[in-house]
Design a protein around this ligand. Structure first.
Ligand code: DGP
Length: 114
């Protein structure tokens, strides 16, 4: 099991505002939200970065994205739009080394990102 903060959230050792859970995926609100909706979708199985993913992780990666899309539909902002982001390693801005997909919504996003 992952020894990062997110591993502790999975094990309920530290609190989080959990908004979705299934056998393989957990989603909770980001502690430092960058948009009115900012949820992190993580695999329960530890995978440090996207760079560590292999072919056998394809289904899990797909499930993470599908969980984001289902959440957006369920919460009613899918049509208006949202953004998903995976930061990878230093230049990607990754700070927690347990793979996570950021789901941001509730405001217009800008491009390119800063
Ligand atoms: P990244 O920079 O892509 O690794 O994003 C990590 C995100 O995790 C960042 O937006 C802040 C969030 N975060 C860090 N620690 C915690 C925590 O203990 N709880 C919650 N809910 N979010 C956290």
């Amino acid at each position: 099991m992952s020894d990062t903060l997110f591993g502790k959230i999975i094990r309920r050792e530290i609190p989080a505002d959990i908004v979705y859970e299934d056998d393989e995926v957990l989603a909770f609100r980001d502690v430092n939200p960058q948009a009115p909706v900012h949820v992190l979708f993580i695999p329960k199985r530890p995978l440090a970065t996207l760079d560590d993913a292999v072919a056998g992780d394809a289904e899990l990666l797909g499930k993470l994205l599908l969980a984001c899309a289902a959440y957006a539909k369920r919460e009613g902002f899918a049509q208006q739009g949202y953004r998903t982001v995976i930061n990878c390693n230093e230049h990607g801005g990754q700070t927690v080394f347990h793979l996570h997909v950021h789901l941001l919504a509730g405001r217009r996003m800008h491009w390119p990102p800063g």
